[in-house]
Design a protein around this ligand. Structure first.
Ligand code: CU
Length: 199
């Protein structure tokens, strides 16, 4: 084996070890991921989220999301899993995670007063519930079976990763005809956190 080949083999083994480490424990218990939440522009916003994948007795994978964030304005703030694991700037996280056949990831982001033509909210796989902030502390707990941490068609741990986005306004879930307008999914972005595999 020449030197180049050896190098390639070693790095492949290294990657496998990293992958085994990141996703280890799948059989013993639950898979986990975490996200450190930071303000898009406000350095006073900070927090943490944990994601735990569990398999129900029926064999369905579900992910429990627990989030605590300080520094946001009191009230409800939309939270979603966005399609790219990037937060600088917060727009880099792109649209809502939606690996479905049509991949319509835009929520309410048309540049005018009308909604985006491909508005698909709240049907995106990454759509969650509002974070409720009281006295500057926001908490959210939600279990979803729309996404997985383990590999598969619904995974959020895909090639380009995923990130949480916390929006300025509440998510109205865009669930009424009269509610289908720009901003119904929470409007501008306050905070972001890249989702990373954890032990
Ligand atoms: Cu969002």
């Amino acid at each position: 084996m020449n030197k180049m080949r050896m190098g390639k083999t070693i790095s492949t083994v290294g990657l496998l070890l990293i992958a085994a480490h990141a996703f280890g424990g799948h059989h013993e218990g639950s898979m986990k991921a975490t996200a450190e939440i930071k303000g898009c522009t406000d350095p006073n916003i900070s927090g943490m989220a944990t994601l735990t994948e569990q398999v129900t007795a029926e064999g369905i994978k579900e992910v429990k999301v627990e989030m605590k964030v300080k520094g946001l304005s009191d009230g409800d703030h939309a939270v979603h899993i966005h399609e790219v694991g990037a937060c600088e700037p917060c727009g880099a996280a792109k649209g809502h995670h939606d690996p479905g056949p049509f991949g319509q990831s835009r929520p309410d982001s048309a540049g005018t007063d009308t909604p985006a033509k491909d508005i698909n909210h709240p049907y995106h796989m990454g759509d969650l519930i509002n974070l409720n902030v009281k006295d500057g502390v926001g908490t959210m707990e939600h279990t979803t079976n729309r996404v997985t941490l383990s590999p598969g068609r619904l995974t959020i741990m895909d090639d380009n990763g995923s990130a949480f986005i916390i929006h300025t306004n509440p998510d109205t879930y865009c669930d009424e005809e009269t509610d289908l307008k720009k901003g119904c999914a929470g409007g501008s972005r306050d905070a972001c956190g890249i989702i990373r595999a954890a032990k």
